[in-house]
Unconditional design. Structure first.
Length: 235
């Protein structure tokens, strides 16, 4: 009796070779996109001191998402600290809705600031093939030695990684340290309470354009927000 020796078409050598070729082609395409895509780190203080104004803060955070949603060449990593040793990072995100969903899942917990941890992560997360172009940090307090933070800001400057600090609240010590971190790193500082929502959205959009295209992108756009950002950036 002759045994049925039919072989599935999907298991033939030719089909397997085709599948392998398709996989390799897709992998190369993904690598090309990830290499060309500019990266931006977005860091938040999610400690208890921000809980009372967290709903307002979420609006500010969404301003960034709305501002960067149209920047298709930009990938953003969300990171935040809270509690007494909790530091969370997302994968690299390119979808506005996904960014907002990630943010909406963050809640505040009591604990000290971990700004130094944010800056060290910023220095370490990039690679020569996929550098991180900029850091946006939003917070309301500094509970760490300023000298440590400013030293890290200097290391960011040497690597060409500027820091854009946004202060919630009006504490003068925080304002001074935040502005110095921005200045030393080659970035810029802004107090959130000083701008309207529209103005803030424009300013965050300018940071996103800088991350995607550098000073040239800001010079070419000619918008008022881009001019304001350029005025703070080192020559």
């Amino acid at each position: 009796m002759q045994r049925n020796t039919l072989i599935s078409k999907d298991l033939t050598p030719k089909a397997r070779q085709s599948d392998v070729a398709a996989f390799i082609g897709k992998a190369k395409a993904i690598k090309t996109i990830s290499t060309r895509q500019s990266r931006l780190l977005f860091a938040l203080d999610a400690t208890a001191s921000r809980e009372a104004t967290w709903q307002t803060a979420r609006r500010h955070h969404r301003e960034l998402y709305d501002a960067t949603a149209d920047t298709s060449s930009l990938a953003i990593q969300l990171c935040y600290y809270r509690g007494f040793n909790e530091f969370n990072t997302s994968h690299w995100l390119t979808s506005g809705p996904e960014l907002r969903a990630r943010m909406d899942g963050v809640t505040c917990e009591g604990g000290p600031t971990q700004i130094a941890r944010v800056l060290r992560h910023y220095l370490e997360v990039g690679t020569p093939a996929t550098p991180v172009r900029a850091l946006i940090f939003i917070g309301d307090a500094v509970e760490e030695p300023p000298a440590t933070l400013l030293k890290l800001a200097g290391q960011c400057r040497l690597k060409g990684q500027p820091i854009f600090t946004f202060q919630e609240g009006s504490d003068p010590t925080t304002a001074h340290v935040f502005s110095e971190i921005a200045r030393i790193s080659g970035g810029a500082f802004a107090a959130l309470g000083e701008q309207s929502a529209d103005h803030l959205r424009q300013l965050l959009g300018a940071v996103a354009r800088y991350a995607a295209g550098g000073r040239h992108a800001l010079t070419q756009s000619g918008t008022e927000s881009d001019k304001l950002l350029l005025a703070q950036l080192p020559k």
